[in-house]
Design a protein around this ligand. Structure first.
Ligand SMILES: Cc1cc2nc3c(=O)[nH]c(=O)nc-3n(C[C@H](O)[C@H](O)[C@H](O)COP(=O)(O)O)c2cc1C
Length: 235
């Protein structure tokens, strides 16, 4: 019945429209009974067939969260490339694009890189060993004009650029049903050694990538209130 329901809808746009309307509810984990039953099955069917959802921007930013438990399901290289393409298109100061990406998906290298994000005494980041892919964002030299401007203005724009490209990556991953976590805590020298990164370069950020374990909860966003962060016309 489910199959025939899906095949009845020949227009892919209609499915996308359905997804956009209901996905937010789906991601907020409202119980099955409250979602139209047929639509729930349709969503499941589509996810199984690996068709990506198209989300509205608000739904996408609500759906993106740091995923810290991964299943063993490998990440499709096509999806990974889409995430890298989204990262590539990110804006940067003077369009310097001061980044390059190392995809680490081969063991034992992947495990070794993951292990460099935690130590026995520190409990954080142990989950990274579960992630089938680790992305290492290397900071590349900014354009001369950017470097000069940075000296004059005493600002570190490449770090900002790395943050933006990383978020592009993560948002695209979310749209494709993948889970990510940006990792800022890591043993830089260890990873540089493992990946043969030249000594004059530094690592900006790591991103763990993979499918969240089944039933991984969609957490509510804990954020400062608008009143706390927004001021008008003066500090
Ligand atoms: C620059 C940066 C570094 C981060 N480093 C880590 C990290 O080392 N380990 C970790 O578990 N999460 C890390 N995070 C994830 C944050 O803890 C997380 O984004 C924040 O708590 C908000 O939660 P959410 O991503 O689920 O919305 C980092 C995030 C950013 C932006």
């Amino acid at each position: 019945m489910v199959e025939s329901y899906a095949s009845d809808i020949s227009d892919k746009k209609l499915i996308i429209h359905f997804c956009n309307r209901y996905l937010h509810t789906y991601f907020l984990c409202i119980s099955e009974t409250r979602i139209h039953k047929e639509f729930y099955y349709l969503l499941k069917l589509i996810s199984k067939k690996n068709t990506c959802f198209y989300m509205m921007f608000k739904e996408l930013i609500l759906a993106r969260q740091s995923v810290r438990r991964y299943s063993e399901t490998p990440v499709e290289s096509e999806k990974l490339n889409q995430c890298l393409e989204a990262a590539r298109l990110a804006p940067s100061a003077s369009n310097s694009q001061p980044w390059s990406f190392i995809v680490v998906d081969q063991d034992p290298l992947r495990t070794e890189v993951a292990k460099a994000t935690f130590s026995d005494i520190k409990l954080i980041n142990k989950f990274t060993v579960q992630a089938p892919v680790m992305i290492v964002i290397v900071m590349e030299k900014a354009k001369l004009i950017t470097r000069l401007a940075m000296m004059v203005k005493k600002k570190e724009w490449p770090l900002i650029d790395i943050g933006i490209t990383a978020e592009h990556f993560c948002l695209q991953a979310t749209e494709l049903g993948l889970g990510t976590c940006m990792i800022g805590w890591f043993e830089e020298d260890k990873i540089k050694n493992l990946l043969q990164i030249p000594s004059d370069k530094s690592i900006g950020l790591l991103i763990s990538v993979g499918y969240a374990i089944e039933g991984y909860p969609q957490r509510a966003k804990i954020r400062k209130s608008m009143e706390e962060i927004v001021r008008h016309n003066r500090y």
